[in-house]
Design a protein around this ligand. Structure first.
Ligand code: ACO
Length: 329
């Protein structure tokens, strides 16, 4: 790193669609109850995109807020990395669609898929572009319209997910604040715990795939839960250890927002007081790749994260993938 500038998060933004779907609404759709959903997940309501409002439409307003927060003009962006499991289309990339809707004339564009860990993966890619010196302003965006791939007849999954988007602008730091370290991991052997079977080359769209409800998310929730706690805890411990820190040095933990029981089990395992842990899933649900972006923006704007804080982001998702990032805010 000698001679290289650190990468800093210059600004954050998020966008949530207006429509609210409560647990009581879900009670009318599937055999479930507000009591079960709150007890098993901590979620009370989530936002849903309007008909015709697609993933890029969620990303665009989040980017506008992040650009304004960073004080950066659209023309200054030289790279846009978009992370999503619900792209507008398989191709072209949703990043290119966002670029055309916003007007980012100087940005190269690509999509990145690491499911719910997409935020941490895309920050890691973006920060190395900045630290390498060839890129000055990198936009990273997470946007999801999970309602489009949710099986609204499957009570085991449909109660968990929501739609939304978040964004951040990365640039070279003026001081020693910024992204200190990021650890990433994956194990593809656990791919069948959380997946969407059809729509790719394995099962191209056909009458059979539609009849078999194969264009929806499938999940073995209990197995995912177990791996999530273990791998997130391990990710935090790796980042702490290789930077000579203990959990007591951390002011704020921002975990992926999937389930309050996963977050509590993680906090207990790594021994961080719950008051230091940011949670918004009660009103957001799990927004996959958008979740950590939105959480970081809300933690930032609400003052939960303050200048000078030492922050850890930690996530996991389909793949399975996982990772943790240490940031001097
Ligand atoms: N309402 C009422 N009952 C339900 C519901 C529901 N919505 N869903 C399941 N049940 C029932 C099940 O049928 C089961 O009944 P049975 O005992 O008669 O068979 C019972 O409740 C228990 O089901 P489990 O699945 O064992 O419940 P669990 O305590 O594991 O909670 C949950 C389920 C909430 C899905 C949990 O396992 C979880 O959160 N897992 C992690 C999921 C996750 O985080 N996924 C996102 C990954 S991020 C990404 O990449 C998209």
């Amino acid at each position: 790193m000698a001679g290289r500038k650190k990468c800093v998060i210059m600004g954050t933004g998020s966008y949530l669609p207006e429509k609210v779907l409560t647990n009581f609404d879900l009670e009318k759709m599937v055999d479930t109850s507000d009591e079960w959903i709150v007890a098993r997940s901590g979620i009370r309501e989530r936002r849903l995109a309007a008909d015709g409002q697609i993933t890029s439409d969620l990303g665009v307003p989040a980017v506008r807020v992040a650009l304004e927060d960073a004080g950066v003009a659209a023309e200054e962006i030289d790279m846009l990395i978009m992370t999503t499991i619900t792209p507008d289309m398989i191709f072209p990339s949703t990043s290119c669609v966002v670029q055309s809707k916003l007007g980012l004339p100087n940005a190269a564009c690509c999509d990145l898929n690491a499911a719910c860990t997409g935020c941490i993966y895309s920050i890691e890619m973006g920060r190395h572009l900045i630290e390498g010196g060839n890129y000055k302003r990198v936009l990273v965006v997470g946007a999801e319209k999970l309602s489009a791939i949710t099986d609204w007849e499957d009570r085991a999954t449909c109660v968990l997910f929501g739609d939304g988007a978040g964004a951040m602008v990365l640039g070279p730091a003026d001081d020693d604040k910024g992204i200190v370290d990021i650890y990433l991991g994956a194990n593809g052997e656990w791919g069948d715990l959380l997946f969407m079977p059809a729509g790719g080359t394995l099962n191209p769209a056909s009458h059979e795939t539609v009849d078999g409800r194969m264009h929806y998310m499938k999940m073995l929730g209990r197995e995912v839960f177990k791996h999530a706690v273990i791998e997130m805890a391990r990710s935090v411990e790796i980042v702490l250890e290789r930077n000579g820190l203990t959990i007591d040095d951390i002011d704020c933990l921002i975990p992926h927002q999937a389930n309050i029981r996963i977050i509590k089990a993680l906090a207990k395992k790594i021994r961080i007081p719950v008051e230091k842990v940011f949670v918004n899933l009660e009103t957001r649900g799990n927004m996959s790749a958008a979740a950590l972006f939105v959480a970081l923006d809300e933690a930032n704007k609400s003052g939960f994260v303050k200048k000078g804080d030492r922050v850890i982001l930690v996530g996991f998702g389909a793949g399975l993938t996982w990772g943790a990032g240490l940031i001097d805010w």
